[in-house]
Structure formats: structure tokens, C-alpha cells
Design a binder for this molecule. Structure first.
Ligand code: AMP
Ligand code: MN
Ligand code: MN
Ligand code: MN
Length: 294
């Protein structure tokens, strides 16, 4: 089967949240893979953007972004902000609040892991991430694997971290509307992240999209890693139905068998791409940079 590769990847993580690489290492990897455009979208933080931009200067277009955690009907929904102004007051105020939530939750998860025999779990995870990083369950999952208590991150979730397991801590993230206001208020574009990963029915998914649209949401990820052609086609159908712009991103966190920068990402030609919006103009996007390799 043909491997699809995109030189544009608008969803990735560094060690400013739960990615394994520093922002400059991530940019280096993107260059090695042949990318021309990369968005850094760490969870609830823009901490890594400056370093990534500095590393990218003259070599790669680095789009400032963040992936904001929200709640909708009991589901944890991720909203990616692209082309954001990382100095915007409304955005920074929002992120400050999230930092407090995340810190409390990270310590609570750490305490629960201690009871499962992971000594100093919180401190050990902090040590592995950048100073001031957002600690997510993804950080803990990698640590659990490192300790030899799970084969991979997914197993760490199934054993310890997901809802119903011993180290799960309930969190009330802000409403989607609050996240959209912060993103749009900073001049950015609000993108519904990986719509197929919420484990909800298609009816619920359409309700979610309709609400996101009402909140000012402008785009959705149509091209995601590990998605079937059927799902891609359905996402494209929904993108047309709600008149969203289409985005694409690998959600790369670390080297592994499933996700890689630019890999497996494509968008049907007829959709309006998120990089055709006015905010994208200064980033020198091509008309279309998706290529298919034999
Ligand atoms: P949090 O925002 O703290 O709830 O953590 C969410 C992060 O955990 C996601 O961004 C993923 O990186 C990671 N994650 C969530 N579910 C899984 C899973 N089943 N397997 C591996 N990583 C996961
Ligand atoms: Mn993550
Ligand atoms: Mn996500
Ligand atoms: Mn992500």
C-alpha cells in the first residue's frame, strides 16, 4: 500500500508537555523527515514555542500552537489552537489557570502511583520534562513503561491511568467555549483535535461538532495518524457538513511504531485547508504539499 506523507504537520508535542524530545530536538527531527511546516501544540502550554522557533529559523516554518484540554458531556475533548499569539493576555491568563489545575492533578496522580509502588513518581516525571512543563498522564505512562510495569503507554493507561483504574484522578477541564475564546481571542484558529479518538457514537460526534461550531470553532483535524480510509472519508464528510477548514497532524510524542512526524497524513483536495486562512499567510504555505510515495 502507498505510504502517505505530508510535509506539513500541525500537531506535535515536546517535553514542554508529554513529548520525549526538547523543542529543538523535535525541530531537528522534523527537518530530517523532510517537513517544511510544523506546529508545536503542547498540552495547555506555549512554553516550548520560543525554543522551537529559534531552532527553526531559516530552516522550517514553525507555527505556534497549543492543545487545550476541555470537557464536554463527560468527554475529555482536545482543542488545538494554531497561529496563536503566545503573548496574548487572554491566552496566557487561560493557560495560567490550566497550569494550576494540571499541577494539582499531576501531584494527585503521583500520590496514587506511590501507593502502587512507584517511589517519587511525581518528582521522577518532573525531572524528565522541561522546567515548568505541563505534566499529563502521557508523562506518567512513559514513566510506568520505563519502570518495566507496562509494555507500552497504552498498556500503562489500561493498567493504571484510565477512568476506573487505580491511579485515575477526575478532572474538570473548562468548557469548550472558554478554550475557543482564549484561542480566538489570541488571534488564532480553534481546531477540533483527532475527532475519531473520543470513543463516542457518530451521533454524539456530530453533536460535539455542532457545539464546537457554535463556540466559534473554525477547523477540525481530518488527517490524523492511525486512521482508516473509511474514517478519513467520514471526517471529510463532517468537515464539509459543518463548513470547517481541514487540518492535519500526527500528534507525534516520541519515537515508536505507530506515529511519526508527517506520516500517514492527507486531506481530500476539495476541502478548504486551515493554512489557506489569513492567519497562515506569513508562514509561506504552498498550495498543497501532500505527496504520495510508492
Ligand atoms: P491528560 O491530558 O493528562 O489526561 O493526558 C492525556 C495524554 O495522555 C494524551 O495527550 C496522550 O498523549 C496520552 N494518552 C491518552 N490515552 C492514551 C492511551 N490509551 N495510550 C497512550 N497514551 C495515551
Ligand atoms: Mn499527549
Ligand atoms: Mn490530544
Ligand atoms: Mn496531542
Amino acid at each position: 500500500m502507498a505510504a502517505v506523507f505530508s510535509k506539513i504537520d500541525l500537531h506535535s508535542h515536546s517535553n514542554a508537555s508529554d513529548g520525549a524530545l526538547s523543542p529543538s530536538e523535535l525541530v531537528e527531527r522534523a527537518l530530517n523527515k523532510g517537513l517544511t511546516h510544523l506546529a508545536l501544540t503542547d498540552h495547555d502550554t506555549v512554553l516550548g514555542v520560543k525554543e522551537a522557533q529559534d531552532a527553526a529559523t531559516g530552516k522550517l516554518e514553525l507555527i505556534p500552537g497549543a492543545e487545550l484540554s476541555t470537557m464536554w458531556n463527560g468527554y475529555q475533548i482536545h482543542i488545538v489552537g494554531l497561529f496563536i499569539d503566545t503573548k496574548s493576555e487572554v491566552l496566557l491568563k487561560y493557560l495560567e489557570g490550566q497550569k494550576v489545575f494540571r499541577e494539582e492533578r499531576a501531584r494527585a496522580i503521583g500520590a496514587k502511583l506511590e501507593r502502587q509502588g512507584f517511589a517519587n513518581a511525581y518528582e521522577e516525571c518532573r525531572k524528565r520534562a522541561a522546567d515548568g512543563a505541563s505534566i499529563t498522564r502521557g508523562n506518567y505512562a512513559r514513566y510506568i513503561v520505563e519502570m518495566g510495569r507496562a509494555q507500552d503507554s497504552n498498556e500503562a493507561f489500561n493498567y493504571y491511568l484510565k477512568k476506573g483504574k487505580s491511579c485515575y484522578v477526575k478532572t474538570m477541564w473548562p468548557d469548550i467555549s472558554v478554550a475557543c475564546n482564549a484561542i480566538i481571542g489570541s488571534g488564532g484558529i480553534a481546531v477540533l483535535a483527532h475527532p475519531r479518538r473520543y470513543e463516542m457514537t457518530n451521533t454524539k460526534l456530530r453533536e460535539l461538532m455542532s457545539y464546537f461550531k457554535d463556540c466559534g470553532g473554525q477547523a477540525m483535524e481530518v488527517g490524523c495518524s492511525q486512521m482508516s480510509l473509511n474514517d478519513l472519508n467520514y471526517m471529510a464528510t463532517l468537515c464539509r457538513k459543518y463548513d470547517f477548514m481541514a487540518s492535519l497532524g500526527s500528534d507525534f510524542h516520541n519515537e515508536g511504531p505507530f506515529r511519526e512526524l508527517g506520516l500517514g497524513l492527507g486531506i481530500p483536495d476539495d476541502l478548504k485547508k486551515v493554512w489557506e486562512c489569513p492567519q497562515a499567510e506569513r508562514y509561506n504555505f504552498p498550495a498543497l504539499k501532500t505527496v504520495t510515495e510508492a
